[in-house]
Design a protein around this ligand. Structure first.
Ligand code: BTN
Length: 324
């Protein structure tokens, strides 16, 4: 266990603890405690420091632990996960796996982190990743099918993420094409799929999932967003359990996709679609298509009706049109 981990364990009862007391418990100097607190604050944790009283956390925190994730996760079925790595800090869990992918990798692997210094979103965006405030998970999966045959992969994974969250906390979650997790028009999480491999034979994938869990007060994200704690208050599921459920659900979706293709997911999508039959704009490079969303086609492309004609689009950024 790291110094940060042990320190947060001591602080997790929500009370104030003096630097001296923490140092004594941890067997380190007060200066070392202060240094660790500073670093955690820099990584986005809200820790109150009050002269004469000491340090206290804004919220108690449950840190990720691989044995807990596995015991939850393994209860249903043994998925043959080659590796489940819990990192304290990493630039990006997706980059971590992408940089290490090897031809010999066959079985699934998972990496989770408490903090990402360079978390990545879709379309080159940054993904806000404060310490222990979200789930940052990446999974490696090797498909027998080729890239060309895996249309709809990112939609299927968005649905798997939705399913995992709903299994632990019933709420109104929808998916916005291609794979944003939405709650009442606000973004709760996102999925970043990165593929490498032969278009015709085997395809290796790294999928990254970010779910806002309990973000610090004052978090600044440049679009409407929400976190799980604002949806369910104190009835938050355990972070370890949620991580286990996500891994299991995503691996399930991958094996269905590999064996039967995307067809299996179309009906589920239609029940969870956040924009179906609504006025939308699709930004495609510097071109904008305005129309009515008409669900998805058998390859997972979005269907948009404009001027009475329905066309499918495989890429682009969808937003709801509020005007007119
Ligand atoms: C999106 O833009 O909606 C996709 C966000 C994906 C974020 C996750 S967090 C874990 C993994 N590591 C990253 O750097 N990004 C993904």
């Amino acid at each position: 266990m790291s110094m940060h981990h042990n320190l947060l364990q001591l602080l997790s009862n929500g009370r104030f603890h003096s630097g001296e007391e923490l140092g004594r418990e941890l067997g380190v100097s007060r200066a070392a405690v202060w240094k660790s607190i500073k670093l955690l604050q820099k990584m986005g944790m809200t820790i109150f420091a009050i002269r004469g009283r000491g340090y206290s956390l804004e919220h108690s925190v449950e840190l990720l632990e691989s044995h807990k994730i596995c015991s939850e996760y393994m209860t249903n079925k043994d998925r043959n996960l080659e590796q489940l790595l819990v990192l304290e800090s990493v630039p990006s869990t997706n980059s971590y796996l992408m940089e290490r992918i090897d031809n010999d990798w066959v079985k699934p692997r998972a990496v989770v982190a408490e903090y990402q210094s360079e978390g990545r979103g879709r379309r080159g965006r940054n993904w806000c990743s404060p310490f222990a405030a979200s789930i940052y998970l990446s999974l490696f999966y090797s498909f027998d099918r080729g890239v060309a045959d895996l249309g709809g992969i990112s939609l299927a994974i968005g649905l798997a993420v939705r399913k995992a969250i709903l299994s632990l906390m019933p709420c109104e979650l929808s998916v916005k094409w291609p794979n944003d997790l939405m709650w009442k028009g606000k973004k709760l999480g996102g999925v970043l799929v990165e593929l490498s491999g032969d278009p015709l034979s085997e395809c290796k994938m790294v999928v990254g999932v970010g779910i806002n869990y309990r973000m610090p007060n004052g978090t600044n994200i440049d679009q409407p967003w929400i976190d799980l704690s604002s949806i369910v208050g104190d009835n938050l599921p355990s972070r370890n359990e949620l991580t286990g459920a996500l891994i299991e659900s995503i691996l399930d979706a991958c094996s269905v996709l590999d064996n039967s293709g995307f067809e299996q997911f179309i009906e589920e999508w239609s029940l969870a679609d956040a924009v179906v039959n609504q006025k939308v704009s699709l930004q495609l490079g510097n071109k904008r298509i305005d129309g009515i969303a008409r669900g998805i086609d058998s390859l997972g492309s979005i269907r948009i009706e404009s001027d009475g004609v329905v066309r499918s689009y495989a890429s682009g950024e969808v937003s709801l049109r509020v005007t007119e």
